[in-house]
Design a binder for this molecule. Sequence first.
Ligand SMILES: [Zn+2]
Length: 270
Amino acid sequence: MEKRRRMTREEREHQLHVRMGIAAAAFVVLLLIIAAVVRFSGSGKKDGSRNPEAVPAADTMSAAVETEVQTEVQTETETPPDPYADKPEIDINSWEFILANSTHSISDYAPQTAPIESVELDARIISAMTSFVADTRAQGLSVVLTSGYRSYDTQTYLFNNKVAQYGGDEATAATIVARPGTSEHQTGLAADITDQYYQFMNESLESTATYQWMSQHCHEYGFIVRFPKGKEDITGIMYEPWHYRYVGVPAATYIMEHGLTLEEFVELYQ
Ligand SMILES: [Zn+2]
């Protein structure tokens, strides 16, 4: 009985050694197969154009894995998500996007204009402005266009008058009246719009029902609030709730939805 039990234990130990030997052999075979597969796939990619400087895949399995991980990390850091990837497909060099400000002089640019009420605008935006004003009035609101296109000569006259008023101080005059060539009114794409019964051109205009409705719907007609509050350092112009600028419906919708200025919008296409 005792002898039989010892024999059984020896047999079992022998069996265990045999099994371990088989498992070890199988593991070695498995490693060889993996090495062969890696070598084969590596040589198969030699003529491919994936990455000429890739680490040879035949080295080791772990080297191949490390390369994959590094590639993923590099891809993530090199291409951060673009928050404006959904910007509209427009031609930024088209006439709707002409920029006139203290750093972008449009010299003596002169568009073909047409009359609308008491002012003139670029002839190409007359129908858009007509609809904008008509639909505002349909809300029972009183609208008046107080300023539209101003020629280079008119702007020169206004600027020189302001300079004279300040004793020849051009810098001070320029903070009140734009220098010739830098006024957006010279593009013919901008209009000053106030309430007929509240024609104050200051920040308080924003509390009128006319401004509330027009600023919320202007993009439907292709217009933007050109000099918004809080963006003075970008536009170089104080908050002007009366000044609307035409840029077309797709751009206007995008600009108003994202709270951009025309300067920032143009920058997205550079
Ligand atoms: Zn204006």
